[in-house]
Design a protein around this ligand. Structure first.
Ligand code: NDP
Ligand code: F7E
Length: 315
């Protein structure tokens, strides 16, 4: 596939109703892509090889951005490892095989920064993959995502497929999952501080998880979508590419920022029976930045706009 991607190419975005998939569709539509396909799970369960094969035979996409996944925060990963392993293994195994079989010209697979070792040198570089033990709270999901990254390499080596992986950091934004048990940290905090605000006057406490000491690199999903378009148009390498903003924030500092936006008179209690997870997961994004890409959505702006979206759509 010549770079940049022709804007009339038939592009499949899997997971199109999810946070990442819907951001990808917004960005591609804004860019003028005229032939976007985003089947729902009801139209094709992407874990079902026969159904995926039949769909690809019928539709014949030329580009695939594979964003479908069984996704969740630290508690969802810790408590549902078998589901996260099975679903995320099947989701890329079926789609990549069908993509190869039907001659897809370029495939971008969404990996994750959780694939790196728990005690990885910081910032984490793509070469650090498989260099040490994983974070136990999400090792099942990480193994499934690592298999996806390796599958891109395997199809490239055996069949010459132009498949590669983006490795996003922790994401947040419109369309996120705000369920207090299954969500990631930003959405979980927004939900909890909003519930506190709803409880009315008087100082109310919000129970957050862990110690507040870990650090997370937090990226707005619209930045991610823009980075994925840059990768599709400009990346001519083969290996995975980290996608992040290059700075991280302590969980406790994030909590203060969300509190000041949503419920300033709340008090914060940390439930240390809940896990901290990885102490830090800052990505080295020099490979992406060498393509000329820079993040554009500061955390403070992103948190405020995400809360506004939450109020209009989830509250
Ligand atoms: N959120 C984050 O912080 C990060 C996410 N990622 C990766 O980005 C990708 C998207 O994540 P995100 O948008 O947050 O997740 P969401 O849960 O918001 O979206 C996942 C999407 O995948 C779809 N899906 C799941 N299983 C199937 C299936 N069997 N058949 C068809 N569709 C299916 C869902 O469909 P339905 O709407 O019907 O449920 C949903 O649209 C994932 O690959 C994830 O690993 C990587 C790093 C960080
Ligand atoms: C994207 C990434 O996301 C996951 O890894 P994670 O970053 O550890 O997950 P998280 O966003 O849920 O937590 C980040 C930190 O925040 C703390 N924390 C405080 N209070 C709340 C809270 O209320 N909710 C949540 N979810 N976390 C909280 C929490 O204790 C932890 O220290 C994996 O799914 C992994 O697979 C993955 O890919």
């Amino acid at each position: 596939m010549p770079s940049p991607i022709p804007r009339d190419a038939k592009v499949l975005v899997t997971g199109g109703r999810g946070m990442v998939g819907s951001a990808l569709l917004r960005r591609f539509r804004a860019e003028g892509f005229a032939n976007l396909l985003a089947p729902t799970r009801d139209e094709v369960d992407l874990r079902d090889q026969a159904a995926v094969d039949a769909w690809f035979d019928r539709q014949r996409p030329k580009v695939v951005v594979h964003a479908a996944g069984t996704v969740g925060g630290i508690e969802a990963n810790r408590t549902r490892p078998a589901e996260f392993l099975y679903d995320n293994l099947m989701l890329h195994a079926t789609v990549m095989r069908a993509a190869w079989r039907t001659g897809v010209r370029r495939l971008l697979y969404l990996g994750s920064s959780c694939v790196y070792p728990r005690d990885c040198p910081q910032p984490m570089r793509e070469e650090h993959l498989l260099s040490g033990p994983l974070e136990p709270t999400n090792d099942a999901y990480a193994i499934a995502k690592i298999a996806g990254v390796k599958a891109c390499d395997a199809y490239r080596r055996q069949h010459g497929c132009d498949f590669f992986a983006a490795m996003p950091t922790n994401l947040y934004g419109p369309g996120d999952n705000f369920d207090p048990q299954n969500s990631h940290v930003v959405a979980g905090m927004i939900q909890k501080f909003h519930t506190c605000r709803q409880q009315g006057s008087g100082r109310r406490s919000v129970a957050l998880w862990g110690t507040g000491a870990p650090r997370r690199e937090l990226m707005h999903v619209d930045d991610l979508a823009d980075a994925c378009l840059t990768l599709l148009d400009r990346y001519e390498g083969a290996g995975p590419v980290n996608v992040g903003v290059g700075v991280d924030t302590a969980v406790s500092e994030l909590a203060e920022q969300v509190r000041s936006i949503v419920c300033p008179d709340a008090t914060i209690d940390y439930d240390t029976t809940k896990p901290d997870g990885a102490p830090r997961k800052l990505l080295d994004v020099s490979r992406l930045e060498s393509l000329g890409w820079r993040s554009r959505i500061p955390l403070a702006d992103g948190l405020r706009s995400t809360y506004e979206w939450f109020l209009e759509n989830e509250a």
